[in-house]
Design a binder for this molecule. Sequence first.
Ligand SMILES: Cc1ncc(C[n+]2csc(CCOP(=O)(O)OP(=O)(O)O)c2C)c(N)n1
Ligand SMILES: [Mg+2]
Length: 439
Amino acid sequence: MSFLRKTIPMLGALGRQHQHLKTVVGALPTSSRQYSSDPANDYANFPGAKAPFVSQLKLNLPEDYAPIPIYRVMDRDGFIADETQDPQLSREVVEKMFRDMLLLNTMDKILYESQRQGRISFYMTNFGEEASHIGSAAALEMRDLIYGQYREAGVLVWRGFRIDQFIDQCYGNVDDLGRGKQMPVHYGSRELNFVTISSPLSTQMPQAVGAAYAMKMKKGNDACVVCYFGEGAASEGDAHAAFNFAATLGCPVILFCRNNGFAISTPSHEQYKGDGIAGRGPMGYGIATIRVDGTDVFAVYNAMKMAREYVLKENKPVVFEALAYRVSHHSTSDDSTAYRSPEEIEVWNSVDNPISKLKRYMVHKGWFDEAEETAFIKDVRKKVLKQIAVSEKKLKPNWREMFEGVYAEMPEHLVEQRKELEKHLEAHKEHYPLKNFKQ
Ligand SMILES: Cc1ncc(C[n+]2csc(CCOP(=O)(O)OP(=O)(O)O)c2C)c(N)n1
Ligand SMILES: [Mg+2]
């Protein structure tokens, strides 16, 4: 009874409201009517979608829609097809791009081998993706905040992360900025505005969007967030959350997908059925989207400049898809020849390789010097090998540090665990290599 007593007056109120709306709509000229079911208007205005009405029933098939085109500046021979697209970078900048790619490539080769020799526990190379790292990093400002996935070491190289910092991190020694808390390649640098890598895929994505939202709230903001992720990581639920929050909250974030064709052994054609990750942008999430040849450093650079300008001017996100090929194994825990042919790998390692493309461009410009390249690689090799010898001799951080640095104040349960470990090590010290840790 009491339910009815409350409901009947409510229905009466709704009826009155409905009556009122009818009067208002009736009074409006047809053109300004807001309601989708108006027969005089074939453009629907549902709260959930604005689109035309049609009277032909049609199943919208993926193949009815053209794929998003791939922007490129250079062809595989290093020639610029449309001169208006040449970013006109100075010789100095192009040489830095080239040298940074060579440095990354050389360091990767040695650190990969050092894992094979049992010197470090794990490694991931960046072969084939150097242009998307360097081209994107070069188009940003240092104040822009970077969230990486793990295969973006070139962004750090461009920003000035040093060889000793890379190698100390891989050894997790006392000079590792991460204090030995993470696996190799999980770099981070407060100084370089690069948030520390997390192993669980896509965790960085909603975090990056949140950081961009916070930036937008700051008066006079002139920085954006760039969030790198792989096409495999884009299948995680967190990726959806990130895309949708970025769009609906209007966040100045560039959602940079490195689509390298594989998520460990899963090829991209098994990962998704749509038009890559770019295909999700404009229609799926209502996000401005750019798709580029990720082996072309100038294409990535131009597109990133445009993306940065847009996200800051509009306070809206951009989906950025850089297409490339993961030339090496996923990591040292993988053998990719088990699921792809050596011939296929070789194409991407030679003719369609980002470094050789830039090199050919430099040759046409008369900016390339073979002897200089050889000397540079030799010098990097020497530095890396020397640093390995230094980094592997350094002590590990004090083991007590493992409990520190996550919370501003150590919670009770961690204080307890640290005490327990202290007691355990005191009782069984002969079984632990304590001399390798800083006291
Ligand atoms: C939540 C989660 N699931 C699975 C993994 C294991 N894993 C690590 S990397 C990876 C593949 C990611 O592929 P992609 O995002 O395309 O990046 P790529 O390695 O190609 O650069 C997987 C499945 C993980 N780290 N986290
Ligand atoms: Mg991938």
